[in-house]
Design a protein around this ligand. Structure first.
Ligand SMILES: Nc1ncnc2c1ncn2[C@@H]1O[C@H](COP(=O)(O)OP(=O)(O)OP(=O)(O)O)[C@@H](O)[C@H]1O
Ligand SMILES: [Mg+2]
Length: 247
């Protein structure tokens, strides 16, 4: 895992990620839209969470706040007890939290392979064996992106291929938290199921906290904890695949 001792020693016994009284209101030219209201929730290491909720219920907004892409208009988000705004959102994203975006957000002037290795360089991820490039190619291959495809500019890949590259990029980062916004929306059922199992083992074998937004009850059932967003509130549904097993 990466992260400087300064980040880690802040509050070593504090929860990994804590939302405290989090609310979010978008202010447009004509009106204000309150999307999230007074959310208190703690995300733990080694646990695979899924988030369900109707379109427009604020799932992407929740991930943006938890992933350090935006700051809540009410309340605080704390990583190991430190307010993200004090830790620095950029620092948090670079060292501790990776996101698979709903729209992928790949660097479009690069090949698929460079997208993955660049993310590894930024987060300081070092593979257990071989070079970053070899590791990136291995991960891409596991996700069904062959070496020739990996060397093509991402704009020339299909939606499903881009989604796999975005997932490989997040998996390659050595971070404590992984957020994924409908990461299987463009994939066939079998590939989607494989990817969900990859997320599950990342949580259980590497101790990563994985949070996945999905519309699929079937995929959500493979997670440890199922969360629902509705009318701005976050609730937990019993019936996940089982309690977290800490490594
Ligand atoms: N930048 C923004 N400015 C204003 N309103 C926004 C902004 N982003 C999102 N919203 C509004 O906030 C609400 C929640 O949006 P969000 O994207 O978080 O929902 P979602 O649950 O991810 O939806 P979907 O399942 O369609 O992806 C929606 O009503 C949306 O229109
Ligand atoms: Mg969304």
């Amino acid at each position: 895992m990466t992260g400087t001792s300064a980040d880690r020693s802040a509050h070593p016994t504090a929860p990994l990620l804590e939302l405290a009284g989090v609310g979010h209101t978008y202010t447009g030219q004509r009106r204000r839209t309150t999307v999230l209201r007074n959310i208190d929730y703690t995300f733990e290491r080694g646990t695979f969470y899924s988030v369900l909720g109707p379109s427009g219920s604020g799932k992407t907004t929740l991930l943006a706040l938890a992933g350090g892409l935006d700051t809540p208009t009410q309340g605080t988000v704390r990583f190991l007890g430190r307010d993200l705004t004090r830790l620095g959102l950029g620092r948090y994203r670079n060292r501790h939290a990776a996101t698979v975006f709903q729209q992928y957000n790949l660097l479009t002037y690069m090949t698929a392979l460079r997208n993955v290795t660049t993310a590894m360089e930024i987060t300081g991820a070092r593979p257990a064996t071989g070079t970053r490039k070899e590791h990136a190619l291995r991960l891409l291959a596991e996700l069904g992106v062959d070496a020739a495809t990996a060397r093509r500019n991402v704009l020339r890949l299909s939606g499903g291929q881009q989604q796999r590259v975005a997932i490989a990029r997040a998996l390659a980062c050595d971070v404590e938290l992984l957020f994924a916004d409908e990461p299987t929306g463009n994939l066939d059922e079998d590939t989607a199921a494989d990817i969900i199992e990859t997320f599950r083992s990342l949580a259980h074998d590497r101790g990563t906290c994985v949070v996945v937004v999905t519309h699929s009850q079937q995929l959500a059932a493979r997670s440890d904890r199922i969360l629902h967003l509705r009318k701005g509130r976050l609730t937990e549904q019993p019936g996940g695949a089982g309690p977290a097993r800490l490594p």
